[in-house]
Design a protein around this ligand. Structure first.
Ligand code: NAI
Length: 214
């Protein structure tokens, strides 16, 4: 489903709302208001209502949102409902940590293969998969993979992005601190932890923000 132009910041917050809804749902709440979601997440109720407004009607003002409905709507908006097969390339320090992390499943992400070029790593089991030689990545072409994770050094990132594009991924999560080019149909989200850290000291000396920084 297509919505009117939605700000990226809103899209960035939607998974947070999903997490908040699940926390409140686990506490046994059948219906929630934007205030309780706001208190749970540290985001203003106004902001939540505004973000939801981009996607149409979510509930009756003053009555609150049905938790099951909200979870299902956000899942649908984020295109998470149907599950996604993921491959990871680069099973070093970061890649290994990602492979060992169980938290992706709650969003429907299923890491089905991981690749590296280091003979010492190939054949070893990491999390749910056995590391394979990256020269075999083309075998994933007909396996219904739609997401790739890049956890290789900068020097190899573009080559790996090309290989992931060739096997048909539609989205790439890139951890290498470099700009990579892909065809328009492939979406990239890059995460640079050092850059995220580098903006934190600014807020430590600034009075602009109160506690939560997005
Ligand atoms: P690492 O050196 O531990 O792991 C990189 C892995 O990529 C190695 O196993 C290596 O054999 C593999 N590799 C290299 N070229 C390859 C190729 N052409 N095909 C397949 N595999 C290949 O490095 P680390 O620390 O895991 O970092 C990976 C990337 O993530 C780097 O770009 C780094 O800048 C970035 N990063 C790392 C963070 C960390 O906390 N370790 C944090 C943020 C970003």
């Amino acid at each position: 489903m297509r919505y009117r132009r939605v700000p990226d910041e809103t899209v960035r917050r939607m998974p947070l709302y999903l997490r908040g809804v699940r926390i409140l749902s686990e506490k046994g709440q059948g219906s929630i208001c934007s205030k309780s979601l706001a208190d749970c997440l540290g985001i203003s109720a106004w902001q939540i209502r505004k973000d939801f407004s981009y996607f149409g009607d979510f509930g009756k003002p003053g009555v609150g949102y049905d938790v099951a409905m909200l979870e299902s709507r956000i899942n649908k908006i984020l295109n998470l409902g149907c599950g996604h097969n993921v491959v990871l390339v680069g099973a070093g320090n970061l890649g290994s940590a990602i492979l060992s992390f169980n938290g992706f499943r709650q969003y429907g992400f299923n890491i089905i293969a991981a690749f590296d070029r280091d003979a010492k790593k190939i054949g070893k089991k990491k999390g749910p998969v056995v590391i394979e030689d990256v020269s075999r990545i083309a075998r994933m072409e007909k396996k219904g993979v739609d997401l790739g994770i890049i956890a290789v050094p900068v020097s190899a990132a573009q080559e790996i992005a090309d290989a992931l594009t060739a096997i048909g991924v539609k989205g790439i999560l890139n951890f290498a601190p470099v700009r990579i080019s892909v065809p328009k149909k492939v979406k990239i989200v890059s995460i640079d932890i050092a850059v995220e850290l580098a903006r934190l000291p600014y807020y430590m000396v600034s009075s602009q923000s109160q506690g939560v920084v997005e």
